[in-house]
Design a protein around this ligand. Structure first.
Ligand code: MEV
Length: 437
């Protein structure tokens, strides 16, 4: 069977599955059954999901969990999280509860602007381009007025357009570097539409007014949003840092701060430290229908802004007060995209009291900070394996198709015994042997 095919996208969903099964699974019906058992019996709902992307053959489920008891700026939230990694939701809930008793989280949005660029080359004189840019400065706004009309009504739009000469870094390379406010929309479509219009306006002008060749390379928003920034913070008196596996509050605070400092100066640690933060961030971003790849790219770039990849969080003790905080860029939307299409996304946003994009920025940042607090708290006290392996136990039990009865017995056994893969398998086998005797 050939593994290439033309016209695949034109096949029906069942025909696509048939081709996959014929080509990769030797016509094995099991593959077909697995693919089809994830179809939703509600045809309308299934069609909705089918149409999110091209060539859909089935659905891919992730657990959708919630972490309750998040006190943020005096308001209680139950935070929805879509994530496959065991212990992330448990850790978030634990951190939420810990800070609920200590004043909760404070969060504030520092800035909300986004960037888009038209990248182009010009082989004539730079001064001609400067004249062109000055002559077009109003026309860029006029030509995009139909695109910006409703965004302007909501208080957003194009804030600024700059001309940038980048020829020192790359021959003949220039930019239109534009700043946007997109209010509650993530804004990718809005920004990209404006940019493509800027490019057309510029190209049209160039054809009749410039002596050299102007070539539009591309027009695209930037996912680097260092001016769409949110800050999340917790603080309490050091003596309130109790319940840390017998470690005194002062030692805990000092060890915790040392752990943050290590992530500040050591990139190998910083990446894992920040990955833990992203466990919280991505889970909420995904549950609320936002683009986690854009968020990831933007945040990691921000973590490298000094020229070295560093911790996103910081911690201090000042006059007996422990403070732990983070500032991160987050370009999020609560309107547009999946937010009004995906029923679970709608539900997630409703659970969060239909937040504005700014409110969602705060909630997501808090989820990231909470996750990092939980991770560092475990790492600097008991270690993470104890908690992780307890959660992992369930995965192993499911892998070996443990019955509810077996699960109960093994969970009870591993309350006092260290969990590892072979210990779980051996205990389960021993239990099954006893049963069959
Ligand atoms: C695991 O998903 C995340 C952690 O490794 C984060 C960290 O080390 O800080 C626990």
């Amino acid at each position: 069977m050939h593994k290439t095919i033309t016209g695949f996208s034109k096949l029906s969903k069942s025909q696509k599955i048939d081709w996959i099964v014929d080509t990769y699974f030797k016509n094995n019906d099991d593959a077909k059954i697995i693919l089809k058992q994830y179809w939703n019996s509600n045809e309308k709902l299934q069609q909705l999901h089918d149409e999110f992307i091209e060539n859909t053959i089935t659905n891919y489920y992730l657990p959708f969990g919630v972490a309750p008891n998040f006190l943020i700026n005096g308001k209680i939230y139950t935070i929805p999280m879509a994530i496959e990694e065991s212990s992330v939701v448990a850790a978030a809930s634990k951190a939420a509860k810990f800070w609920l008793d200590r004043g909760g989280f404070k969060a504030k949005v520092i800035s909300t602007t986004k960037i888009g660029q038209v990248h182009f080359t010009y082989d004539g004189e730079t001064k001609e381009l400067i004249t062109a840019f000055n002559e077009l400065s109003q026309k860029f706004y006029d030509d995009t007025s139909t695109i910006t009309k409703s965004m302007k009504k909501r208080g957003g739009g194009i804030l600024d357009i700059e001309f940038k000469n980048k020829t020192k870094e790359l021959d003949n390379y220039y930019q239109l570097h534009a700043t946007f406010e997109t209010i509650d929309a993530m804004g990718a479509n809005f920004i990209n539409s404006c940019l493509e219009q800027f490019a057309t306006t510029l190209k049209t002008y160039a054809e009749t007014n410039l002596s050299g060749n102007l070539n539009i390379i591309m027009s695209i928003l930037s996912n680097y949003v260092p001016n769409c920034l949110v800050r999340a913070e917790v603080s309490c008196k050091v003596e309130e840092l109790t319940e840390n596996d017998g470690i005194s509050p002062q030692s805990f605070a000092e060890k915790f701060i040392q752990a943050v400092k290590i992530a500040e100066i050591e990139p190998y640690r910083a990446v894992t430290h920040n990955k833990g933060i992203m466990n919280g961030i991505d889970a909420v971003v995904l549950a609320t229908g936002n683009d986690f790849r854009a968020i990831e790219a933007g945040i990691h770039a921000y973590a490298s802004r000094s020229g070295q990849y560093r911790s996103l969080t910081q911690a201090s003790i000042d006059k007996g007060v422990f403070k732990f905080w983070m500032e991160i860029p987050l370009a999020l939307g609560t309107v547009g995209g999946l937010t009004s299409l995906h029923p679970l996304v709608k539900l997630a946003l409703e659970m969060l009291d239909k937040p504005s994009a700014k409110e969602l920025m705060k909630i997501v940042a808090v989820a990231g900070l909470a996750q990092n607090f939980a991770a560092l708290r475990s790492l600097t006290t008991t270690g993470i394996q104890e908690g992780h392996m307890k959660m992992h136990l369930m995965n192993i039990l499911n892998q070996f198709k443990a019955t509810p009865e077996e699960k109960e017995q093994l969970i009870s056994h591993f309350k006092t015994n260290a969990v590892n893969h072979s210990a779980v398998v051996e205990t389960l086998e021993a239990l099954r042997r006893v049963k069959h005797q």
